[in-house]
Design a protein around this ligand. Structure first.
Ligand code: NAP
Length: 243
């Protein structure tokens, strides 16, 4: 059977790499992002793997936009097998300096988006009696990080959400798992100074930053047949940072 995966925030970074890996695994891809140009670049790379790929520009923090997007994806592809909740942002600040807008934006794009996409998709997966929901959290959601209370709260929220829906949806053949990446080389971490990066390396037993491919390999496993008995878990892909 031909399988279909949705990947949010797939215009660049980890999301693009996840979509590419799932395409190599044979999944048709519905890719979402805010940036149309980035989406078109991802689409060309994915189609080169020989699968179908459609782009969906939508703000995942908007409940109504997501409802419309998932409805359209279902009409276009006829089924949805895998949802990867990947879109995310940072707006770092110390608690006392953090503006209400920095808190609201991060919670809304990182956490409410996961509710929006999972709620709309799970209705379709429930009818199919199968599905895989994979959400990209962070080690910061497990261990906390000074200057990132908004981001840490959003990622810890994803972990609680994942465990709860794993319990709700398990009897219908749907699994839900989260991945907690450590520090991964993308635009998000490029902004760090050399000093900050060197400090980071000392916290990583494997001694180097991860790559988007490391995260994509884990998604591939969670989306594939070998992980069918795994649900409600948080898999750390972090070079041993948190153990
Ligand atoms: P990235 O390079 O900044 O990519 C994030 C993507 O999400 C961008 O394409 C962005 O689009 C899109 N996006 C942002 N807001 C959106 C919205 N409202 N609706 C739809 N798409 C939206 O980040 P990344 O490093 O690949 O991170 C991907 C995920 O991994 C995030 O959830 C992040 O928190 C998580 N993570 C990353 C690291 C790391 O070290 N990089 C570590 C742990 C967890 P625009 O280009 O339009 O902004």
């Amino acid at each position: 059977m031909e399988k279909v995966a949705i990947i949010t925030g797939a215009g660049r970074g980890i999301g693009r790499e996840i979509a590419l890996r799932l395409a190599k695994d044979g999944f048709h891809c519905a890719i979402n992002d805010l940036n149309e140009k980035d989406l078109e670049e991802s689409k060309a790379l994915i189609e080169a793997c020989g699968v179908k790929c459609n782009t969906y520009k939508a703000d995942v923090s908007s409940f109504s936009d997501v409802e419309g997007m998932i409805k359209k994806i279902h009409e276009d592809f006829g089924r949805i097998d895998v949802l990867v909740n990947n879109a995310g942002i940072t707006r770092d600040n110390l608690l006392l300096r953090m503006k209400e807008d920095e808190w609201d934006k991060v919670i809304s794009i990182n956490l409410k988006s996961v509710f929006n996409c999972t709620k709309a998709t799970s209705k379709i997966m429930l009818k199919q009696k199968s599905g895989r929901i994979i959400s990209i959290a962070s080690v910061v959601g497990v261990m906390g990080n000074a200057g990132q209370c908004n981001y840490a709260a959003s990622k810890a929220g994803i972990i609680g959400f994942t465990k709860s829906i794993a319990k709700e949806l398990g009897s219908r053949g749907i699994t839900a798992n989260a991945i907690a990446p450590g520090f991964i080389k993308t635009a998000m971490t490029e902004q760090l100074s050399d000093e900050a990066k060197n400090k980071l390396y000392s916290q990583i037993p494997l001694g180097y930053l991860g790559t988007p491919e490391h995260i994509a390999s884990c998604v591939s496993f969670l989306a594939g047949p070998d992980s069918s008995y795994i649900t409600g878990q948080v898999i750390h892909v972090d070079g041993g940072m948190v153990m």
